[in-house]
Design a protein. Structure first.
Length: 436
């Protein structure tokens, strides 16, 4: 049986961020089984955890950003590629700054430091994602496909084609990703961009500290004030980006990836699709069915019962980041007897309660084995925008703003046929079950 792995000790990488130019650093630390890969913004007054999962991908340009609420970390792809290539399952990374350092504009330093620390096996089975059916993302001439392939490793093929762009001939490269092959053939491949792109970014104040000697800035003659480390260094770096972005699936991938002109946005969308498939398989393994929470399973999680159980089913769960549930409003609801006779309207306070219950189901995943419960603490920015009447179906959504050891904070919305009926920010206290 393959076992999970973490690192044996601590290590550090420091330097300037690639886009912001600030002096930043990341400290690698071992993590216990089933922790996964977790970043921690340790430079804030209250450290914020950001799991390296597809549900935490934030909007960005030319890089990969992870977010938890309004806290983010930029340019994580090179570090994640090194972690994935080495087969590290569990690791904490304390980040001091808004992005990761970018020494050499490649993954080499991350790979070298992590390999130097060494790995140790843990007493838990290693989990993998084996591609069994094709999954794809296509956008114009750009595409990326996840295809069935070798069940024991990951193979990647990339076709980089800038058309008639001077200085950028078409490059095609294929490789099997192993710790050794990554170190020898991929880790040192650097970030690249065209001269015109570099000028545009610096005109916007992005990467103003960077000189052509720091990475590959390419014009019609080739790299400016620099040289390629490999004749096809650009396509090799594209594969590094693919490995790093697909690490957000949360498990080592086994099979084949075939990409053509794919960038971070397509890679990230494929990671989201693959992560959804991971969750689907986990539900089948745990519950014997692909269905999300039905009323019977909801009743096993929530203590509420008639007439105060206000969630009928859960239709979508994204880790501990977001959730969507359904409340079918019928004329048989007990509260319509008095609210109001002849003009039945669902009380706004019960709509808010329904949103709170859905939020409780979201946090219950994290609390299932901790002996804690989520108890309503505060409600802010509550707005009731539309009357809810018999025959309506409430779609209840909750998105995590912040989840800490003792408190949870989420943004909730209730809609009917796409129209917002109510919204609120709800905070919970996480307390010991026996104290309820």
């Amino acid at each position: 049986m393959k076992r999970q792995k973490t690192i044996k000790g601590e290590g550090k990488v420091a330097g300037k961020g690639l886009f912001g130019g600030e002096e930043v650093s990341v400290v690698f630390k071992p993590a216990s089984v089933d922790t996964g890969v977790v970043f921690v913004r340790a430079d804030l007054d209250e450290p914020v955890r950001i799991p390296a999962l597809a549900t935490h991908i934030g909007p960005s340009d030319r890089r990969t950003r992870l977010c938890n609420g309004n806290v983010s970390i930029d340019t994580v792809e090179h570090c994640l590629a090194a972690i994935a290539s080495l087969g590290i399952d569990n690791i904490y990374m304390e980040v001091f700054g808004p992005e990761l350092p970018a020494p050499d504009a490649s993954a080499a330093e991350f790979y070298s430091v992590l390999k130097g620390i060494g790995l140790q096996e843990q007493e838990a089975p290693h989990k993998e994602f084996v591609i069994s059916d094709p999954i794809s993302v296509v956008q114009g001439e750009s595409s990326i496909y996840a295809l069935p392939g070798p069940a024991e490793t990951l193979e990647i093929s990339y076709d980089l084609d800038y058309g008639s762009q001077p200085g950028m001939a078409r490059q095609i490269y294929s490789c099997r990703v192993t710790p050794d092959s990554f170190g020898k053939h991929l880790a040192s491949a650097r970030t690249f961009l065209l001269e015109e792109e570099a000028k545009q970014l610096q005109a916007r104040g992005i990467g103003a500290h960077i000189r052509p000697t720091d990475l590959l800035v390419i014009n019609a003659e080739g790299p400016i004030q620099n040289r390629y480390r490999y004749p096809n260094e650009c396509v090799r770096h594209k594969i590094v980006d693919v490995i790093g972005d697909l690490a957000l699936v949360g498990r080592p991938i086994r099979g084949r990836i075939v990409a053509t002109k794919s960038g971070h946005s397509l890679n990230q969308e494929l990671a989201r699709k693959m992560y959804s498939e991971v969750l689907r398989r986990d539900r089948i393994e745990k519950f014997g069915t692909d269905a999300l929470l039905d009323i019977r399973r909801i009743q096993k999680i929530l203590p509420h019962r008639y007439p105060f159980l206000l969630v009928d089913r859960i239709v979508e769960i994204n880790g501990d980041t977001s959730i969507k549930g359904i409340k079918n409003v019928t004329c048989n609801e007990h509260f319509f007897q008095g609210h109001f006779p002849g003009t039945p309207i669902m009380p706004g306070v019960l709509i808010v309660e329904a949103m709170a219950q859905v939020s409780g189901l979201l946090f219950a995943q994290r609390l299932e084995h901790t002996g804690k419960l989520a108890v309503l603490l505060t409600m802010d920015q509550v707005k009731l925008r539309k009357a809810v009447v018999p025959g309506d179906q409430l779609l209840l959504s909750a998105e995590t703003i912040r989840l800490r050891r003792r408190t949870a904070h989420c943004q909730c919305t209730a809609t009917v046929d796409g129209v917002v009926a109510a919204e609120a920010e709800i905070k919970f206290m996480l307390i010991d079950d026996e104290k309820v």
